[in-house]
Design a protein. Structure first.
Length: 356
Protein backbone atom coordinates (compact mmCIF):
# COMPACT_ATOMS: atom_id res chain seq x y z
CA UNK A 1 0.00 0.00 0.00
CA UNK A 2 1.36 3.44 -0.93
CA UNK A 3 1.31 6.23 1.62
CA UNK A 4 1.10 9.92 0.79
CA UNK A 5 1.61 12.52 3.46
CA UNK A 6 0.39 15.96 2.44
CA UNK A 7 1.26 19.21 4.23
CA UNK A 8 1.07 17.83 7.74
CA UNK A 9 1.38 20.31 10.58
CA UNK A 10 1.41 19.40 14.25
CA UNK A 11 1.87 21.61 17.31
CA UNK A 12 2.18 20.68 20.96
CA UNK A 13 1.23 23.96 22.61
CA UNK A 14 3.60 26.55 21.14
CA UNK A 15 6.02 23.90 19.97
CA UNK A 16 6.04 23.02 16.26
CA UNK A 17 6.61 19.25 16.06
CA UNK A 18 5.87 18.91 12.32
CA UNK A 19 6.13 21.82 9.93
CA UNK A 20 4.41 21.29 6.58
CA UNK A 21 5.66 17.74 6.00
CA UNK A 22 4.91 16.16 2.62
CA UNK A 23 6.24 12.72 1.67
CA UNK A 24 5.49 9.77 -0.55
CA UNK A 25 6.13 6.18 0.49
CA UNK A 26 5.91 3.80 -2.44
CA UNK A 27 4.15 0.51 -2.16
CA UNK A 28 6.45 -2.32 -1.08
CA UNK A 29 9.35 -0.04 -0.21
CA UNK A 30 11.34 0.06 3.03
CA UNK A 31 11.94 3.68 3.98
CA UNK A 32 14.12 4.83 6.85
CA UNK A 33 12.99 7.96 8.67
CA UNK A 34 16.22 9.38 10.04
CA UNK A 35 16.90 12.38 12.24
CA UNK A 36 18.06 13.52 15.66
CA UNK A 37 16.01 12.89 18.75
CA UNK A 38 13.05 15.26 18.99
CA UNK A 39 12.83 16.05 15.26
CA UNK A 40 9.30 14.64 14.96
CA UNK A 41 9.81 11.07 13.68
CA UNK A 42 7.54 9.35 16.20
CA UNK A 43 4.89 12.05 15.84
CA UNK A 44 4.81 11.54 12.08
CA UNK A 45 4.59 7.77 12.47
CA UNK A 46 1.73 8.07 14.96
CA UNK A 47 -0.16 10.38 12.61
CA UNK A 48 0.24 7.88 9.75
CA UNK A 49 -0.99 5.10 12.06
CA UNK A 50 -3.99 7.17 13.16
CA UNK A 51 -2.86 7.20 16.79
CA UNK A 52 -2.44 10.98 16.71
CA UNK A 53 -4.31 13.76 14.89
CA UNK A 54 -2.54 16.35 12.75
CA UNK A 55 -3.56 20.01 13.11
CA UNK A 56 -3.79 20.21 9.34
CA UNK A 57 -2.80 18.19 6.30
CA UNK A 58 -3.78 14.77 5.06
CA UNK A 59 -2.62 11.18 5.01
CA UNK A 60 -3.65 9.14 1.97
CA UNK A 61 -3.47 5.36 2.09
CA UNK A 62 -3.53 3.91 -1.41
CA UNK A 63 -4.82 7.26 -2.63
CA UNK A 64 -7.67 7.34 -0.14
CA UNK A 65 -7.95 10.00 2.56
CA UNK A 66 -7.47 8.18 5.86
CA UNK A 67 -8.49 11.09 8.11
CA UNK A 68 -11.85 9.58 9.03
CA UNK A 69 -10.44 6.11 9.50
CA UNK A 70 -9.70 4.83 12.97
CA UNK A 71 -6.25 3.37 13.70
CA UNK A 72 -7.78 -0.12 13.75
CA UNK A 73 -9.23 0.28 10.26
CA UNK A 74 -6.00 1.50 8.72
CA UNK A 75 -4.45 -1.98 8.78
CA UNK A 76 -1.18 -0.72 10.12
CA UNK A 77 1.25 -2.85 12.12
CA UNK A 78 3.34 -1.07 14.74
CA UNK A 79 6.53 -2.13 16.50
CA UNK A 80 7.92 0.12 19.23
CA UNK A 81 11.34 0.52 20.76
CA UNK A 82 10.22 -0.76 24.12
CA UNK A 83 9.03 -4.28 24.09
CA UNK A 84 5.30 -4.22 24.09
CA UNK A 85 4.79 -7.95 24.51
CA UNK A 86 2.20 -9.11 27.04
CA UNK A 87 4.18 -10.50 29.94
CA UNK A 88 1.56 -12.93 31.13
CA UNK A 89 1.14 -14.55 27.69
CA UNK A 90 3.38 -17.08 25.99
CA UNK A 91 5.13 -16.19 22.76
CA UNK A 92 2.49 -18.18 20.90
CA UNK A 93 -0.37 -16.31 22.55
CA UNK A 94 1.32 -12.96 21.99
CA UNK A 95 1.40 -13.58 18.26
CA UNK A 96 -2.11 -15.06 18.21
CA UNK A 97 -3.53 -12.08 20.10
CA UNK A 98 -4.43 -9.90 17.10
CA UNK A 99 -6.26 -12.82 15.50
CA UNK A 100 -8.19 -13.78 18.65
CA UNK A 101 -9.56 -10.26 19.20
CA UNK A 102 -10.97 -9.98 15.70
CA UNK A 103 -14.76 -9.69 15.44
CA UNK A 104 -16.31 -13.14 15.47
CA UNK A 105 -17.13 -13.13 11.76
CA UNK A 106 -13.53 -12.44 10.72
CA UNK A 107 -11.91 -14.54 13.41
CA UNK A 108 -9.98 -17.55 12.08
CA UNK A 109 -10.63 -21.00 13.53
CA UNK A 110 -8.34 -22.36 16.25
CA UNK A 111 -6.58 -24.58 13.69
CA UNK A 112 -6.05 -21.63 11.36
CA UNK A 113 -4.68 -19.51 14.21
CA UNK A 114 -2.26 -22.29 15.18
CA UNK A 115 -1.00 -22.70 11.65
CA UNK A 116 -0.67 -18.96 11.09
CA UNK A 117 1.27 -18.43 14.33
CA UNK A 118 3.64 -21.30 13.58
CA UNK A 119 4.20 -19.92 10.10
CA UNK A 120 5.07 -16.50 11.55
CA UNK A 121 7.37 -18.06 14.13
CA UNK A 122 9.21 -19.79 11.31
CA UNK A 123 9.37 -16.55 9.38
CA UNK A 124 11.12 -14.80 12.27
CA UNK A 125 13.15 -17.98 12.84
CA UNK A 126 12.02 -18.51 16.42
CA UNK A 127 9.62 -21.44 16.17
CA UNK A 128 11.40 -23.16 19.04
CA UNK A 129 10.33 -20.39 21.44
CA UNK A 130 6.55 -20.77 21.06
CA UNK A 131 5.92 -21.82 24.67
CA UNK A 132 8.29 -19.42 26.37
CA UNK A 133 7.27 -16.21 28.11
CA UNK A 134 8.67 -12.77 27.20
CA UNK A 135 10.83 -12.62 30.34
CA UNK A 136 12.66 -15.74 29.11
CA UNK A 137 13.72 -14.10 25.83
CA UNK A 138 16.67 -11.90 24.90
CA UNK A 139 16.00 -8.33 23.77
CA UNK A 140 16.57 -9.21 20.14
CA UNK A 141 14.23 -12.20 20.33
CA UNK A 142 11.51 -10.07 21.90
CA UNK A 143 11.67 -7.58 19.05
CA UNK A 144 11.43 -10.36 16.48
CA UNK A 145 8.36 -11.70 18.30
CA UNK A 146 6.91 -8.18 18.42
CA UNK A 147 7.37 -8.04 14.65
CA UNK A 148 5.71 -11.44 14.18
CA UNK A 149 2.81 -10.22 16.30
CA UNK A 150 2.47 -7.06 14.19
CA UNK A 151 2.48 -9.18 11.02
CA UNK A 152 -0.16 -11.63 12.27
CA UNK A 153 -3.07 -9.43 11.19
CA UNK A 154 -1.52 -8.97 7.73
CA UNK A 155 -1.04 -5.22 7.91
CA UNK A 156 -0.79 -3.28 4.69
CA UNK A 157 1.79 -1.01 6.28
CA UNK A 158 4.45 -1.77 8.87
CA UNK A 159 5.67 1.06 11.10
CA UNK A 160 8.78 0.40 13.14
CA UNK A 161 9.73 3.02 15.70
CA UNK A 162 13.40 2.49 16.62
CA UNK A 163 12.68 -1.21 17.05
CA UNK A 164 16.32 -2.03 17.80
CA UNK A 165 17.08 1.16 19.71
CA UNK A 166 17.40 -0.52 23.09
CA UNK A 167 19.66 -3.34 21.92
CA UNK A 168 23.45 -3.46 21.93
CA UNK A 169 25.44 -2.66 18.79
CA UNK A 170 26.19 -6.20 17.69
CA UNK A 171 22.61 -7.44 18.02
CA UNK A 172 21.32 -4.31 16.27
CA UNK A 173 23.55 -5.01 13.31
CA UNK A 174 22.37 -8.61 13.03
CA UNK A 175 18.75 -7.62 13.36
CA UNK A 176 18.82 -4.91 10.73
CA UNK A 177 20.22 -7.40 8.21
CA UNK A 178 17.59 -9.86 9.27
CA UNK A 179 14.88 -7.21 8.85
CA UNK A 180 16.14 -6.39 5.37
CA UNK A 181 15.92 -10.05 4.33
CA UNK A 182 12.47 -10.34 5.86
CA UNK A 183 11.33 -7.28 3.95
CA UNK A 184 12.67 -8.74 0.72
CA UNK A 185 10.44 -11.75 1.33
CA UNK A 186 7.29 -9.90 2.33
CA UNK A 187 7.45 -6.53 0.56
CA UNK A 188 5.12 -4.88 3.04
CA UNK A 189 5.36 -1.09 2.74
CA UNK A 190 7.49 -0.27 5.78
CA UNK A 191 8.70 2.85 7.56
CA UNK A 192 11.63 2.30 9.86
CA UNK A 193 12.45 5.10 12.29
CA UNK A 194 16.01 5.45 13.52
CA UNK A 195 18.44 8.11 14.68
CA UNK A 196 21.40 5.95 13.56
CA UNK A 197 22.63 6.99 10.12
CA UNK A 198 24.54 3.76 9.52
CA UNK A 199 21.42 1.72 10.24
CA UNK A 200 19.33 3.87 7.89
CA UNK A 201 21.83 3.79 5.03
CA UNK A 202 22.31 0.04 5.28
CA UNK A 203 18.75 -1.16 5.66
CA UNK A 204 16.56 1.11 3.56
CA UNK A 205 15.58 1.51 -0.09
CA UNK A 206 15.03 5.14 0.60
CA UNK A 207 16.09 7.51 3.37
CA UNK A 208 14.13 10.52 4.60
CA UNK A 209 16.16 12.96 6.68
CA UNK A 210 14.25 15.08 9.15
CA UNK A 211 15.36 18.00 11.28
CA UNK A 212 13.28 20.19 13.58
CA UNK A 213 9.95 19.01 12.21
CA UNK A 214 10.91 19.46 8.57
CA UNK A 215 12.05 17.12 5.81
CA UNK A 216 15.61 18.05 4.82
CA UNK A 217 16.07 15.50 2.05
CA UNK A 218 14.63 12.25 0.71
CA UNK A 219 16.36 9.86 -1.64
CA UNK A 220 18.22 6.60 -2.15
CA UNK A 221 20.94 5.99 0.47
CA UNK A 222 23.86 6.61 -1.90
CA UNK A 223 22.12 9.68 -3.28
CA UNK A 224 21.70 11.39 0.08
CA UNK A 225 25.19 10.35 1.12
CA UNK A 226 26.93 11.56 -2.06
CA UNK A 227 24.73 14.55 -2.77
CA UNK A 228 23.60 15.95 0.56
CA UNK A 229 21.14 18.78 0.02
CA UNK A 230 22.10 20.78 3.08
CA UNK A 231 24.88 21.21 5.63
CA UNK A 232 22.63 19.45 8.14
CA UNK A 233 22.37 16.34 5.97
CA UNK A 234 26.10 16.32 5.28
CA UNK A 235 26.91 16.57 8.97
CA UNK A 236 24.31 14.04 10.06
CA UNK A 237 25.41 11.29 7.66
CA UNK A 238 29.02 11.07 8.81
CA UNK A 239 32.02 12.79 10.33
CA UNK A 240 33.00 15.99 8.66
CA UNK A 241 35.68 18.70 8.62
CA UNK A 242 34.64 22.27 8.01
CA UNK A 243 36.68 24.91 6.18
CA UNK A 244 35.17 28.35 6.59
CA UNK A 245 35.93 30.93 3.96
CA UNK A 246 34.52 32.98 1.11
CA UNK A 247 33.06 31.88 -2.21
CA UNK A 248 33.52 33.98 -5.31
CA UNK A 249 32.80 32.95 -8.91
CA UNK A 250 33.22 29.22 -8.43
CA UNK A 251 36.13 29.28 -5.99
CA UNK A 252 36.16 28.80 -2.23
CA UNK A 253 39.04 30.52 -0.52
CA UNK A 254 39.64 28.90 2.85
CA UNK A 255 42.64 27.92 4.98
CA UNK A 256 44.91 29.85 2.62
CA UNK A 257 43.88 27.64 -0.31
CA UNK A 258 41.65 28.00 -3.35
CA UNK A 259 39.17 25.15 -3.88
CA UNK A 260 36.98 24.66 -6.94
CA UNK A 261 33.29 25.16 -6.17
CA UNK A 262 31.72 24.69 -9.62
CA UNK A 263 28.16 24.69 -8.22
CA UNK A 264 28.67 28.30 -7.21
CA UNK A 265 30.10 29.73 -10.43
CA UNK A 266 27.85 32.77 -10.29
CA UNK A 267 28.20 33.49 -6.60
CA UNK A 268 29.71 36.86 -5.83
CA UNK A 269 31.69 37.17 -2.61
CA UNK A 270 29.63 35.21 -0.09
CA UNK A 271 30.43 33.32 3.09
CA UNK A 272 30.95 29.66 2.34
CA UNK A 273 31.92 26.45 4.05
CA UNK A 274 33.81 23.53 2.55
CA UNK A 275 32.72 20.13 3.94
CA UNK A 276 35.23 17.30 3.75
CA UNK A 277 34.89 13.72 5.00
CA UNK A 278 37.88 12.44 7.04
CA UNK A 279 38.70 9.79 4.40
CA UNK A 280 38.85 12.50 1.72
CA UNK A 281 41.82 14.19 3.39
CA UNK A 282 45.22 13.39 1.92
CA UNK A 283 48.11 13.45 4.41
CA UNK A 284 51.84 13.82 3.80
CA UNK A 285 54.94 14.65 5.78
CA UNK A 286 55.86 18.32 5.44
CA UNK A 287 58.59 19.25 2.99
CA UNK A 288 59.58 22.82 1.99
CA UNK A 289 57.43 24.04 -0.85
CA UNK A 290 54.72 21.43 -0.21
CA UNK A 291 51.24 22.46 -1.32
CA UNK A 292 48.41 22.21 1.18
CA UNK A 293 47.36 23.12 4.69
CA UNK A 294 49.99 22.89 7.40
CA UNK A 295 48.98 20.94 10.48
CA UNK A 296 50.50 19.34 13.54
CA UNK A 297 49.80 15.74 14.37
CA UNK A 298 48.14 15.73 17.79
CA UNK A 299 47.13 12.10 18.11
CA UNK A 300 47.02 9.05 15.93
CA UNK A 301 45.66 5.59 16.41
CA UNK A 302 45.58 2.72 14.01
CA UNK A 303 43.18 -0.08 14.84
CA UNK A 304 42.47 -2.53 12.06
CA UNK A 305 42.86 -1.35 8.47
CA UNK A 306 42.45 2.39 9.12
CA UNK A 307 44.41 5.02 10.99
CA UNK A 308 42.64 7.97 12.50
CA UNK A 309 44.62 11.19 12.79
CA UNK A 310 43.76 14.20 14.88
CA UNK A 311 45.46 17.21 13.31
CA UNK A 312 45.64 20.80 14.47
CA UNK A 313 45.82 23.56 11.91
CA UNK A 314 48.86 25.79 12.25
CA UNK A 315 46.88 28.87 11.19
CA UNK A 316 44.28 28.56 13.93
CA UNK A 317 42.69 26.46 16.62
CA UNK A 318 40.69 24.24 14.23
CA UNK A 319 41.14 20.49 14.35
CA UNK A 320 41.07 18.31 11.26
CA UNK A 321 40.21 14.64 11.42
CA UNK A 322 41.74 12.44 8.76
CA UNK A 323 41.35 8.73 8.15
CA UNK A 324 44.02 7.02 6.05
CA UNK A 325 44.93 3.38 5.37
CA UNK A 326 46.85 1.99 8.35
CA UNK A 327 49.50 0.70 5.97
CA UNK A 328 50.14 4.18 4.61
CA UNK A 329 50.27 5.47 8.17
CA UNK A 330 52.95 2.92 9.11
CA UNK A 331 55.00 3.67 5.99
CA UNK A 332 55.02 7.38 6.85
CA UNK A 333 56.22 6.58 10.41
CA UNK A 334 54.54 9.71 11.71
CA UNK A 335 55.24 10.98 15.20
CA UNK A 336 52.93 12.98 17.40
CA UNK A 337 53.84 16.70 17.31
CA UNK A 338 55.24 16.46 13.78
CA UNK A 339 54.31 18.98 11.09
CA UNK A 340 52.32 17.54 8.20
CA UNK A 341 50.61 18.87 5.14
CA UNK A 342 47.02 17.94 4.22
CA UNK A 343 44.95 18.38 1.09
CA UNK A 344 41.20 17.86 0.84
CA UNK A 345 40.66 15.54 -2.13
CA UNK A 346 36.93 16.04 -2.33
CA UNK A 347 35.14 19.01 -0.92
CA UNK A 348 31.49 19.96 -0.94
CA UNK A 349 30.81 23.69 -0.72
CA UNK A 350 27.70 25.23 0.81
CA UNK A 351 27.16 28.97 0.55
CA UNK A 352 25.65 30.81 3.48
CA UNK A 353 22.50 32.11 1.78
CA UNK A 354 22.09 34.87 4.32
CA UNK A 355 25.39 36.43 3.31
CA UNK A 356 24.40 36.77 -0.37
N1 LIG B 1 2.29 14.44 23.52
C1 LIG B 1 3.21 15.40 23.47
N2 LIG B 1 3.08 16.54 24.17
C2 LIG B 1 4.00 17.52 24.12
N3 LIG B 1 5.11 17.46 23.36
C3 LIG B 1 5.31 16.37 22.64
C4 LIG B 1 4.37 15.28 22.64
N4 LIG B 1 4.84 14.33 21.80
C5 LIG B 1 6.00 14.79 21.30
N5 LIG B 1 6.28 16.02 21.79
C6 LIG B 1 7.44 16.83 21.44
O1 LIG B 1 7.53 16.91 20.03
C7 LIG B 1 8.88 16.79 19.61
C8 LIG B 1 9.00 15.68 18.62
O2 LIG B 1 8.80 14.46 19.29
P1 LIG B 1 8.97 13.05 18.59
O3 LIG B 1 8.07 12.98 17.42
O4 LIG B 1 8.78 12.04 19.66
O5 LIG B 1 10.48 13.09 18.11
P2 LIG B 1 11.47 11.90 17.69
O6 LIG B 1 10.66 10.65 17.59
O7 LIG B 1 12.06 12.35 16.40
O8 LIG B 1 12.50 11.83 18.76
C9 LIG B 1 9.73 16.58 20.85
O9 LIG B 1 10.33 17.81 21.20
C10 LIG B 1 8.72 16.15 21.90
O10 LIG B 1 9.11 16.60 23.18
MG1 LIG C 1 10.83 8.87 18.61
Amino acid sequence: MGIEVRNINKHFGEFVALDDVSLDFSSGELTALLGPSGCGKTTLLRIIAGLEHADSGRVLLDGEDASGRHARERQVGFVFQHYALFRHMSVFENIAFGLRVKPRKQRPSEAEIRSKVMQLLELVQLDWLADRFPSQLSGGQRQRIALARALAVEPRVLLLDEPFGALDAKVRKELRRWLRRLHDELHVTSIFVTHDQEEALEVADRVVLMNKGKVEQAGAPDEVYSHPASPFVYGFLGNVNLFHGRVHEGVLEAAGQAFAAPDHARTQDAKGIGFVRPHDIEVDRYAPGAEGILVQLRRAHAIGPLAQLELEREDGPDTIEAVIPAEHFRQLQLKEGETLVVRPKRLHVFVDRQSL
